[in-house]
Design a protein around this ligand. Sequence first.
Ligand code: ZN
Length: 230
Amino acid sequence: MGKFIIAAIAMLAFYPGHLLADTTKPVSKNKNNDVKDIIRHVLESNEVFVKRSTSEYFKPFIHGQNPMATMITCADSRLHTHALDVHPDGDLFLVRNIGNQVPTAEGSVEYGVRHLHTPVLFIIGHSSCGAVEAAMSDHSKLEPAIKRELDTMKVAGTKTDDAAEVKKSVETNVHHQVSYALTKFADEIRKGSLTVIGGIYDFKNEYNQGSGRLVLINCTSSRQFGQTIV
Ligand SMILES: [Zn+2]
């Protein structure tokens, strides 16, 4: 691996900026992508970022962070922060895992809420979630660590070939995670220092609001205390 990294860095060193590969398109793995291509894509993407960012841009980050929200999303590669925040740097204390779960990342979520004092906790699921489908299926034979993380999800059925049932299960899991957060952070919510929002990133346009839309489905903690949002 070390050889590959050195080779990729060497390749990049001889890459004039205008010859950088198209970093606007995803590079999914396939038989034509070897490890060097993948490493090069990341280094080239970083090169584009470094070139367009001035030192002024990083100044606010040098002595700490002050994010506006803690956000937990599924780790799914089709869901990324650029869809939810144009400039996520410094804005989002982001936690990701399979099934966008609070219990399996409780310490990280708690750090965002109780130490960084973010006023909002977003819990974001997504279309066609593989973790939701796995939780709907028999997952008793999966690796213990994966099984343990699926066991903390709540779904609405077992028919993974039924798009409506999968969609309902994605929603059920988001509501379940929000409910868990409402109990855990009840004091913060009661004091009005935290709002918990549940949403679904809909890249399949299942809600007919446009592909890639973030659809909010649970604003319980806001309604509960008479706040008006969205
Ligand atoms: Zn997922």
